[in-house]
Ligand binder design. Structure first.
Ligand code: AMP
Length: 189
């Protein structure tokens, strides 16, 4: 299996590049953000809890998201590989993911990290907010999400460098240019 984490700040292009990866490599895709938004749309108990965090730009608690991820992972047994999009977002989620994959005789093959400056991220997210209808694509929540990224998620960069899995990708440019950079990394795995 080819298991990759698509990593980066909000607005770095994780969802867009995931679509290209699915098309090119036939991988499964787990986006924890999408899962949560679906729960909110269906007005489930989980959705009600998640909405409170998402609207404030905060992360939902680790134990909750780890349980969700584990349940979804159990449905991906026959897959060619999985793209983890938006997970892990904390060191404790990264440890949990490693353990979950080990238990399934699997591992992460690469972390593909899309690197984009904050100013560009804010511009992209504000633009997306005009069409996405997402409750968290407004300036105040975007700023909070970037703060959360820098304080809680960015420490994963060092973690995955130490695991020798980290691949930095210049995340500015056209969608196809960025995807070509990603393919070059995957080719060398
Ligand atoms: P995303 O679509 O990945 O930008 O996620 C949207 C929001 O969902 C985030 O701002 C968090 O509130 C929540 N979320 C998504 N994935 C996670 C995660 N792995 N851990 C905690 N919260 C998450």
């Amino acid at each position: 299996m080819l298991n990759v984490i698509i990593f980066g700040a909000p607005g770095s292009g994780k969802g867009t590049q995931s679509e290209k990866l699915i098309e090119e490599y036939g991988l499964d895709h787990i986006s924890t953000g999408e899962v949560l938004r679906e729960e909110i749309k269906n007005n489930t108990e989980l959705g009600k809890i998640a909405a409170q965090y998402i609207e404030k730009g905060q992360l939902i608690p680790d134990d909750l998201i780890i349980d969700i991820l584990s349940t979804i992972l159990d449905t991906k047994g026959n897959s060619k590989g999985v793209i983890f999009d938006g997970f892990p977002r904390t060191i404790s989620q990264a440890h949990a993911l490693k353990k979950m994959l080990n238990e399934r005789n699997e591992q992460i093959n690469a972390v593909i990290a899309l690197e984009v400056e904050d100013a560009e991220l804010i511009g992209r997210l504000l633009n997306r907010g005009k069409v996405s209808g997402r409750s968290d694509d407004n300036l105040e929540t975007i700023q909070k999400r970037l703060q959360v990224y820098h304080s809680q998620t960015a420490p994963l960069i060092e973690y995955y460098k130490e695991e020798n899995l980290y691949n930095a990708i210049e995340g500015s440019g056209s969608i196809d240019e960025i995807f070509a950079r990603i393919k070059a990394v995957i080719k060398n795995l």
